[in-house]
Design a protein around this ligand. Structure first.
Ligand SMILES: [Zn+2]
Length: 429
């Protein structure tokens, strides 16, 4: 049976402006897909549908996080005074090694999934660790919660501690085991799926990269990794992959750059040839503005990317980033684009509808038809009760802007993923 949700509806079909429907209606079918949206109920096909009235609340698309490391959740807000490569060695790798223990993994992953829920993130692209067992735990927790995720069992076998290194055969076997368990006739429609995840070029031998590319091609799986985050890292990649003309080209040679849907985090130093390759291959860029600042990498040139027609979404990058809220990522994305603008006057800073679109419809496209209320989109939505922030005659757009800048999880009253209301996932202590 169809359901009709009534509220003040705001979303972005286009990056340049908001659709604003005062006291609007969105119709959702029994499978969780939007079939209509309008201010006038009579114009919608919804006979006998149940009407759920959210009164004066705001109804917006749910958030999508395109880049986050679940096993770094304990380190959130720690070691923010180091630079990338030393931060990896001193903090990140020792923490990830703990995920050989599945009971530790379950305790931490439950908190991670619960907190994604708190901040209204219904879809995420997640790095787990090399460990097959604890990656399975994470996939189960997302399934149990009813939230969408692409989960990566991380491939790495060089430049890392021995306990975080897996042979190519072990990686392949673990990956295919997980794939067998999660594969079904309708795998494409399943909310939780595997994503091929070479950590980044410096962590993988050519053989590991080749096998990752083959896995993606054989099972038509998406790919995630890191790209051009830091100058030292880029120099290292150049020395390791001498044939490659740029960092992106190194992935491309292994079939890991848009041969299947691909998301690359950071792209801080991406320019020229690499930009062109990203655009041509339809690779999605995960912009992680807090990470740009914390790990002192520099600011990703998002305006030039958008001008060129590249796809860009937002990522929290826990724990290079310190904040799990994608609303906060929108704020940071505007702020760092203003800092970028100070140095590059030809590139105007980002606007609110642009960052909202990046967090919803643009990032959502990596998971399917997600992030908008246009007919055919999956109904991933948040109901915001901003009454404590709405103490004067603010317009609906001003109310949304104030929520983005000033609100948090306390104002999110309901969360929906593919039409289903998602209740708070349970913790174990
Ligand atoms: Zn990362």
């Amino acid at each position: 049976m169809k359901k009709v949700y009534k509220a003040h509806i705001l979303y972005t079909k286009e990056p340049s402006y908001f659709e604003v429907l005062s006291n609007g209606y969105v119709v959702v079918d029994a499978e969780g897909y939007v079939t209509g949206v309008a201010e006038d109920l009579a114009s919608l096909d919804c006979d006998n549908a149940e009407i759920i009235d959210f009164g004066d609340r705001l109804l917006i698309p749910a958030m999508n996080d395109l880049h986050v490391h679940a096993p770094q959740y304990r380190n959130q807000g720690l070691a923010m005074d180091l630079e990338l490569l030393s931060w990896l060695q001193k903090y990140t790798f020792p923490e990830e090694a703990k995920y050989a223990d599945t009971s530790y993994a379950e305790r931490m992953y439950r908190r991670f999934v619960r907190d994604l829920w708190r901040f209204g993130t219904m879809r995420s692209c997640v790095f787990a660790t090399i460990h097959t067992e604890s990656t399975r735990v994470l996939m189960h927790l997302f399934q149990e919660a009813g939230m969408g995720a692409l989960v990566g069992k991380v491939a790495m076998n060089r430049n890392c501690p021995r306990e975080l290194s897996e042979s190519v055969d072990e990686m392949l076997q673990g990956f295919e085991t997980l794939l067998g368990e999660t594969q079904s006739a309708k795998r494409e429609e399943s909310l939780v799926r595997l994503i091929v995840t070479p950590r980044f070029i410096p962590s993988c031998t050519p053989e590991m990269l080749r096998v990752c590319g083959e896995l993606a091609a054989k099972y038509r799986l998406p790919v995630q990794s890191h790209l051009s985050e830091n100058r030292n890292e880029i120099a290292l990649v150049q020395s390791l992959e001498k044939e490659s003309t740029c960092y992106g080209d190194a992935y491309d040679r292994y079939g890991l750059f848009g041969q299947t849907p691909t998301v690359m985090a950071h792209c801080v130093y991406t320019e020229g040839e690499e930009m062109e390759l990203i655009r041509r291959r339809g690779v999605m860029v995960a912009h992680c503005p807090t990470s740009n600042l914390n790990v002192s990498t520099g600011i990703a040139p998002i305006r030039p990317f958008l001008d060129k027609g590249m796809c860009v979404g937002l990522g929290s990058d826990i724990s290079g980033g310190h904040d799990l809220s994608i609303f906060r990522m929108m704020v940071y994305a505007i702020q760092v684009s203003k800092a970028y603008f100070q140095q590059h006057r030809e590139y105007p800073f980002l606007t609110l509808p642009e960052v909202f679109w990046m967090a919803t419809k643009s990032a959502g496209s990596f998971f399917g038809r997600i992030g908008s209320f246009e007919p055919g989109y999956e109904f991933d939505a948040l109901v915001i009760d901003d009454s404590d922030l709405n103490h004067d005659n603010y317009s609906l757009l001003e109310r949304l802007e104030r929520y983005i800048y000033l609100g948090d999880d306390r104002q999110i009253e309901h969360r929906f993923c593919r039409g289903r209301e998602i209740k708070e996932p349970k913790l174990i202590e």
